[in-house]
Write a protein of this length. Structure first.
Length: 90
């Protein structure tokens, strides 16, 4: 179960979209881990996951709660990029 694999709640935040201002705020608090979900797994989710992992956050993408347009193989590419960035895909 996903909740058994996560950090304590004090360090965890569930986000649907991540913006730069949110990331800066998160770095100043105890937030260290994110679960990213959204409609566009191959675009919005991937960009949020890549941005947050580059700032040192532990990122989990719950692929069951995401969808993708999968235009010309965009989903496969996004999954490869997120895994390469050390985002956990569950």
């Amino acid at each position: 179960m996903l909740q058994d694999q996560l950090l304590p709640l004090s360090t965890l935040t569930l986000v649907a979209a991540v913006f730069t201002s949110d990331l800066k705020l998160g770095q100043e608090t105890l937030m260290r881990a994110l679960i990213v979900i959204d409609v566009q797994n191959d675009f919005c989710v991937a960009h949020s996951a890549l941005d947050t992992t580059s700032l040192g956050f532990q990122v989990t993408v719950d692929t069951e709660l995401c969808r993708a347009s999968d235009k010309d193989g965009s989903l496969d590419l996004a999954l490869i990029e997120m895994k390469s960035a050390k985002a956990r895909l569950v």
